[in-house]
Design a protein around this ligand. Structure first.
Ligand SMILES: O=C(O)[C@@H](CO)OP(=O)(O)O
Length: 230
C-alpha cells in the first residue's frame, strides 16, 4: 500500500479577513501557526515518517510545512517547492472581501466563481501589480505559463505535471509523501488522483490544518482516505 498525506496550510491573515487570496503571498495568523504544530503532533502520534515533502511557492504553505516538520522532529525531510502547487489564481478577485463580493455580484455568481469547475474569475489586466509575471519568485517560469486568473479546471492542468512527473514516481518508489498546499490546489490534486468527475469535485472542501491521508493501491489507484483527528 502507498500513502500520501495532503495538508492545507493553517489559517492565513486573509482567511481570517475573509478575502479572496489566490497567489497573494500572505502569512499565517497565530491560529494558523498553532494548526500547523497540531498537524505535526497528530502525524507524529500516528507514526507517520515522510521521505519527501512537496509545497508551493507561497509562504503560508511553506511556513505550515516547516512548523509541521519541526513538530515531527523531521526537519531533515527533503522538500520540493513548486509554483505548480500554488493556490488557484483568483485573478481580479484577489484582495476582495468575499461578503462584499456577494453583495456586489450576488450569491450565485460568487458561488460559481468559488466552486464551479470550469468558470474563470475576472482576469488580471496586463501590468496589474498583482500579476505573477512581474514577481521575482516566478522569474524562471516561462511567462506564458503564469496565470492571470484560473478556473479549477485550469488549476488541475497546472498541478498535473508535478503530480505525474515527481509525486507519483516518488510514491511508486515506495516513499511516504507529504503535500502541504492550498484548498483549491489540493482539490485539483485529489480530482486527478481519485479520478473524480467535474460534478463530484464541486462539493469537496478542504479544511485548514487537518492532515488528509490517502491510501493507494500499489498501482496508485485510490483505496481509502480519511482525516487524522485528535
Ligand atoms: O481565497 C482563496 O484563495 C481560497 C482559499 O482560501 O478561497 P475559496 O475557499 O473561496 O476558494
Amino acid at each position: 500500500m502507498k500513502r500520501i498525506v495532503f495538508l492545507r496550510h493553517g489559517e492565513s491573515i486573509w482567511n481570517k479577513e475573509n478575502k479572496f487570496t489566490g497567489w497573494t503571498d500572505v502569512p499565517l495568523t497565530s491560529k494558523g501557526k498553532k494548526e500547523a504544530v497540531q498537524a505535526g503532533m497528530l502525524l507524529k502520534a500516528n507514526g507517520f515518517v515522510f521521505d519527501i515533502a512537496f509545497t508551493s511557492s507561497l509562504k503560508r504553505a511553506i511556513s505550515t510545512l516547516n512548523l509541521t516538520l519541526e513538530e515531527m522532529e523531521a526537519e531533515w525531510v527533503p522538500v520540493v517547492k513548486s509554483w505548480r502547487l500554488n493556490e488557484r489564481h483568483y485573478g481580479a478577485l484577489q484582495g476582495l472581501d468575499k461578503d462584499k463580493a456577494r453583495e456586489e455580484f450576488g450569491d450565485d455568481q460568487v458561488l460559481e466563481w468559488r466552486r464551479s469547475y470550469a468558470t474563470t474569475p475576472p482576469l488580471l489586466k496586463k501590468g496589474d501589480e498583482r500579476s505573477p509575471k512581474d514577481d521575482v519568485a516566478y522569474r524562471r517560469v516561462e511567462s506564458s505559463k503564469l496565470p492571470l486568473g484560473e478556473s479549477l479546471e485550469n488549476t488541475v492542468s497546472r498541478v498535473a505535471p508535478v503530480l505525474r512527473e515527481v509525486i507519483e514516481p516518488s510514491l511508486l518508489e515506495g516513499m511516504e509523501v507529504l503535500v502541504v498546499a492550498h484548498g483549491n490546489s489540493i482539490r485539483a490534486l485529489i480530482k486527478y488522483l481519485e479520478g473524480l468527475t467535474d460534478e463530484e469535485i464541486v462539493g469537496l472542501d478542504i479544511p485548514t490544518g487537518q492532515p488528509l491521508v490517502y491510501e493507494l493501491e500499489d498501482d496508485l489507484t485510490h483505496k481509502n482516505h480519511y482525516y487524522l483527528k485528535t
